[in-house]
Ligand binder design. Sequence first.
Ligand code: NAD
Length: 497
Amino acid sequence: MTQSVSLFIGGEFCQSETSDWIDVTNPASNDIIATLPCATEDEMERAIDSALQQFKLWKEVAVSDRARLMLRYQHLLKEHHDELAELLSKETGKTTVDAKGDVWRGIEVVEQAANIASNMMGETVENVATDIDTYSLIQPLGVCCGITPFNFPAMIPLWMFPIAIAAGNTFVLKPSEQVPLTAMRLAELFEQAGAPKGVLQIVHGGKTQVDYLLSHPTIKAISFVGSVPVAKYIYQTGTSHNKRVQAFAGAKNHMVVMPDANKAQVISNLVGASVGAAGQRCMAISAAVFVGESKQWIDELATEMAKVKPGVWNDQAAGYGPLISQQAKARVIGLIDEGKAQGAKCQLDGSQCSVEGYPDGNWLAPTLFSGVTTDMSIYQQEIFGPVLVCLEVDTLEKAIELINNNPYGNGTSIFTASGAAARKYQHEIQVGQVGVNVPIPVPLPFFSFTGWRASFYGDLHAYGKQAVRFYTETKTVTARWFEDDIPSGPNMTIQLR
Ligand code: NAD
């Protein structure tokens, strides 16, 4: 029997009363693996209210106890790492290696959440005037919410609720309707770690449920990760309701290949960074900019890329899994057709692809276009599939100009043997995360995930110190104590215990 996914409200896993259900499918077969309820208005209200009631208690819990919850959670997540990865593979189609990476990157954020006390320290200036000191307190906001995409079902929810909760908030998570199962398991483990009832809730659904969160007066902050149009909508709607919003959006990430780079490194890194995880990573390299003579490596790159085969999650030989849905596959094939029609050279066409035993999966083989120009739709749009577009320029300056003219600013990298070229690039490029001979420069969680321009709407980014600032408010206290008021007499001895 197909599993029907629960809601998680007030510490209870409960069945929804809704009549509106969505099928969750395994992208390798398109078999239905679960049905997902779109939470009713009453259920949304109960989830938000549970979070609000628990906030009144949770914000008073000592910071070291909140940190200890994260230590226990980290331990449990590590213990269940492989099981979580297997579940995640089932709903995303990711290979075991990719699925384990997804879980692990989330665990690293929980480790950072356990370090909450040192990230919640305020500042003090003594004697701002005679006998007057000013100091700041960092306090939680209240009920925060998170809306997450399909492509990292463990990592992205874990970007959000552990830090928000460690900082003293309570949380309502609305995972992607395409991959809800991993989030439910994350909640079970959180409860097992000792999270009090109502600290975390999970609701399900789509636009209607998101809209409920965006306009609800109790919600103080919204963390969103997903596509550009939805990110813009979330940012505009959330801020118009006076909420704090961070919205991480789509990307077109460029790798600049300098002629002095190590060719073997360039080719192996470009293959992995472009088609790995079926290109369904917001930090995937989807455009390669070959400077000068490095363009001669494109044929060899295509040959190496053709060796990578998609396959099912537990196939050790599979380079990556299927696309998330039939619609996603049809969209990518539509863009590949547009690329051909607009005059790009399709050196590797992955649109006809099958995997033995899985005739109905959403498969696409690696695809490579050369001779791409900036006016083509395959360059302008985020493809989100195993497709690499190659452009050619004469100089590093031209590469920088081209990339800075692209609206996105999530990640980029340069491959070069020249420190001077790398330094010029990191300094002048208008992109928030830069790799030097590193293809996918995702910072570890003691830094923050700092996408720029059309890839991010908001001010404070995910994880690291910026996330703690996002989920907290600063209160500044100015205090004056008069020396004359110090009582004197026999009772002034301080009793030390
Ligand atoms: P999506 O925008 O379709 O969905 C994301 C979330 O928004 C889901 O929970 C969904 O239910 C909800 N949603 C969808 N349409 C909505 C609407 N009209 N109104 C309100 N809510 C809505 O994104 P996706 O396809 O799940 O994820 C892929 C996208 O996410 C890609 O564009 C990728 O680049 C981006 N992404 C960005 C980052 C980053 O850090 N910048 C990280 C991962 C993914």
